[in-house]
Design a protein around this ligand. Structure first.
Ligand code: ASP
Length: 325
């Protein structure tokens, strides 16, 4: 297993944002776009934190912008399922209140993370996770403007889908996260933040795995799996969703923070454990990526996939990091 990790900084920080744009074998020609997308995301996140926005608002605004960019596997850039449709999943959680919201299988709205946020605030614990047409009905009633599914299909992904159709026989959901398989695009997005009042939040949004079975839901909208936040930590994951869910990757990482581990150690530990305990059909260990932040503003990222688009900004120190390869 090749595990790559890094830290935000060893110092205690306030007002920190970490983002990821998916863990996979990102082709060289797509790196610049990914970097640009992360840079814009960090600009927005830093600006919002500077103006006193709450962490939960920051993670949602940052991911909405990334959903709109068309660069990543989310919102307008989403990969297509086996039927050639866009199906979007997203979830968000507020660390101090433990409020969370999630949606899955949304086909006619471009910003599922905003719908998840609305569910978190309006559901009041009565409902937190809505799927398919019921999620869409909620969004319509809440005033979100629907589109046609075909308006969410971008030309790049339509071309790729047509290409998949001719060679999809051996496809498995875990394959996109293995080495040298750049032919399957993916790039789920995630954001975690700590604001100046020490509140943590996490959000994740995705178009899922390419060519996914219609109705298949991965880890991204599942709390504790694709995203999680409490008063101790916040996490967002990307990678083979079925494996991530089977080890509750984000909850497990925050649990290790609760036991006193530093974020970089927790990231290494949970990704290593997932790799060694879950195998795909080819007998290979499960791969993925994670960003993690504790309540002191110490953060870390890590991945076992060939690459991961990742970045962070520490607002009060004016420090920033972005890397894709
Ligand atoms: N985890 C996502 C899923 O399985 C895909 C990804 O992270 O790229 O739906």
């Amino acid at each position: 297993m090749e595990l790559v990790t890094g830290e935000v900084s060893k110092k205690k920080n306030r007002a920190v944002v970490l983002v990821h744009g998916g863990a996979w074998d990102i082709p060289d020609e797509e790196c610049e776009d990914h970097e640009k997308g992360l840079d814009n995301a960090l600009d927005l996140g830093a600006g919002l934190l500077q103006h006193g926005s709450a962490a939960a608002e920051v993670v949602v605004q940052v991911l909405s912008q990334m959903e709109n960019s068309g660069i990543f596997d989310a919102g307008c850039g989403a990969v297509l399922n086996e039927k050639g449709e866009v199906e979007l999943d997203a979830g968000m959680m507020c660390g101090d209140t433990k409020q969370w919201g999630a949606v899955a299988g949304v086909k006619v709205f471009r910003n599922p993370v905003k719908i998840a946020q609305k569910i978190a605030s309006e559901g009041k614990g009565q409902y937190c996770f809505l799927a398919n047409t019921y999620a869409e009905r909620f969004a319509r009633e809440a005033g979100f403007k629907p589109l046609l599914n075909k308006e969410l299909i971008c030309a790049r992904e339509k071309r790729r889908y047509d290409d998949f159709l001719s060679r999809s026989t051996n496809y498995h959901t875990s394959h996109p996260f293995m080495k040298a398989d750049t032919s399957w695009p993916r790039g789920t997005i995630g954001c975690i933040a700590l604001d100046s009042e020490d509140r943590l939040a996490a959000a994740t949004s995705t178009g899922g795995t390419p060519f996914r079975m219609a109705g298949r839901i991965g880890d991204s909208p599942l709390p504790g799996c694709g995203f999680f936040a409490n008063r101790t930590g916040a996490a967002s994951a990307t990678g083979w969703g079925e494996a991530i869910a089977s080890v509750s990757l984000c909850r497990e990482a925050v649990f290790l923070l609760e036991q006193g581990m530093r974020p970089i150690e927790a990231v290494s530990s949970v990704l290593g454990k997932m790799y060694s305990s879950v195998e795909n059909l080819d007998g290979q260990g499960a791969t993925g990526g994670l960003i993690l932040l504790n309540s002191c503003g110490e953060g870390a990222w890590g991945y076992t996939t060939p690459r991961m688009a990742r970045g962070w900004v520490v607002v009060d120190q004016n420090q920033r990091f972005i890397k894709v390869t």
